[in-house]
Design a protein around this ligand. Structure first.
Ligand code: RB5
Length: 149
């Protein structure tokens, strides 16, 4: 599985910690920045390249962080093919994949601690989309909306 991760200054420290954990367990981790802490950087500069990579299928799952996770999340969801959610707990991290084929998660570096963030990430990465007819039907409606935009 190819995994991408990105963060602005609000999520930078947590990104670095999660990356260490990810690199122990997964072979393909792409870091879309920031490469260094910069208190003046802007979340779209990192969320957009990662979201485009997810939307184009260059990475299978994306993890994006900012201070609250909010800005990164609505930015990611503007990119075609991205299904991102802001998470603070583990149930939605797997159910969002199983039911909704979620391909990106957003976490607030000022909101969620390292241990919980790592549990959220693991729940997200281990989950698989069920592909059940009712979920496909719902996703088709979302994809139709995307086409109309
Ligand atoms: C940066 O200070 C902060 O505004 C940003 O990381 C994020 O929380 C936006 O949603």
């Amino acid at each position: 599985m190819k995994i991408g991760i990105a963060a602005d200054h609000g999520g930078f420290e947590l990104k670095e910690k999660l990356k260490v954990q990810l690199e122990k367990q997964y072979l393909s981790i792409s870091d879309f920045g920031a490469d260094a802490y910069d208190a003046n950087d802007d979340y779209p500069d990192f969320a957009i390249p990662l979201a485009k990579a997810v939307g184009m299928g260059l990475v299978d799952r994306g993890i994006v962080l900012c201070g609250s996770g909010v800005g990164a999340c609505f930015t990611a969801n503007k990119v075609k093919g991205v299904r991102a959610a802001l998470l603070t707990e583990t149930y939605s991290a797997h159910q969002g994949v199983e039911h909704d084929d979620m391909n990106m998660i957003c976490i607030g570096g000022r909101v969620v601690g390292e241990e919980l963030a790592w549990e959220i990430v693991q729940a997200f990465l281990k989950a698989q989309y069920s592909g059940e007819a009712r979920h496909e039907r719902r996703l088709d409606k979302v994809k139709q909306l995307e086409k109309e935009q």
